[in-house]
Design a protein around this ligand. Structure first.
Ligand code: HEC
Ligand code: HEC
Length: 271
């Protein structure tokens, strides 16, 4: 068996054990939204081993920085029939985009639904550049998203869940606590109830999204929040939803709110 296959098996072997543990404490876990007070909310960084932390901490070693560089190039590249780049209108992203990603996802009046940073970027391409949307999870969309989110690094997540966003937030919250799939598990059973639990030298995190898009070592690539949701859903043996789907957008809003106050770490590095 080659190395990546071994890693794959090791990861999923571990997952079955998590599921087993989670199933054991499955009952009587009523949604408790106050489970994490400000001091209790923890970035996935806290649960990492020293080596992976060191990778994230050093911009020269952090493999996610390739996506940042690529994103910066795309920011400045003219595309589409309008003959414009992002920079044509927004100038220096370090100024115009600082803090923006910390407010995403958010309610969008035109869509009448939640929009995240990936979809905002595509909307900008279509309306302002007359360029086709970039495929979700394509290298280019990930790069541009990572670049823009990276410009909020060190700023606290702060999404709005009030007003028009409220019903979507409620749906996302329900999703988080709903059991699904063959293993009959909900997100909270692992990420609220088992955080910090050691398993084969690996620690379960709170499932926070302050580092996204992040570089995941077992993927050997950068990935989006929705790819992570898909991975967890699949591992729960539940049918995953599509990238950019309403279900995942609502869930993303809930999870971002759940981690409010955590500092953006993009591009984070995770196992
Ligand atoms: C059976 C346990 C389990 C369930 C259920 C589960 N996950 Fe995960 N999740 C994991 C493991 C294992 C990882 C990788 C290690 C870590 O970060 O905890 C992970 C990682 C994550 C991360 C990345 C955290 C970071 O710091 O980068 C997010 C976000 C996440 N999960 C969200 C969810 C959501 C949303 C759901 C429900 C749809 C869910 N998970 C369901 C086990 C689970
Ligand atoms: C023709 C000018 C123009 C171009 C080109 C353009 N934008 Fe914009 N952008 C705007 C305007 C105007 C707004 C505010 C209203 C709106 O959302 O359209 C905006 C808003 C945004 C926002 C939301 C900011 C917030 O605070 O929520 C983001 C993110 C963004 N643009 C990113 C981009 C990216 C990335 C590109 C390139 C793919 C791009 N824009 C191309 C004019 C432009």
């Amino acid at each position: 068996m080659n190395r990546s296959l071994w890693i794959f098996v090791a990861a999923f072997g571990g997952f079955a054990a998590y599921a087993f543990l989670a199933a054991g404490i499955a009952h009587a876990q009523a949604p408790d939204l106050s489970r994490f007070s400000v001091e209790d909310r923890k970035s996935g960084y806290v649960f990492l081993g020293e080596q992976v932390r060191a990778l994230q901490d050093d911009d020269f070693q952090n493999p996610g920085m390739f996506a940042v560089d690529r994103g910066q190039r795309i920011w400045n590249t003219v595309d589409g029939e309008a003959g414009k780049s992002c920079a044509t209108c927004h100038g220096d992203a370090a100024e115009s985009m600082a803090g923006v990603s910390a407010r995403y996802p958010q309610f969008d009046a035109d869509r009448g639904a939640i929009i995240n940073l990936e979809l905002r970027i595509n909307e900008q391409r279509m309306t302002h550049m007359m360029a086709p949307p970039l495929e979700y999870e394509s290298e280019d969309l990930l790069a541009l998203t990572t670049y823009i989110a990276g410009l909020s690094r060190g700023m606290p997540l702060e999404v709005n869940i009030e007003g028009d966003a409220a019903p979507f937030f409620e749906k996302g919250k329900d999703f988080f606590f709903e059991r699904r799939g063959q293993l009959d598990l909900a997100c909270n059973q692992c990420h609220d109830d088992l955080d910090g639990m050691m398993l084969r030298g690996d620690k379960m995190s709170q499932g926070q999204i302050n580092g996204f898009p992040f570089y995941r070592l077992i993927w050997n690539s950068v990935g989006s929040t929705h790819r992570m949701f898909e991975w967890c859903n699949t591992s729960m043996r539940a049918e995953p939803f599509a990238y950019g789907s309403e279900e995942y957008l609502n869930l993303e809003l809930y999870v971002a709110w759940r981690g409010r106050g955590l500092l953006v770490e993009t591009p984070a590095v995770r196992r």
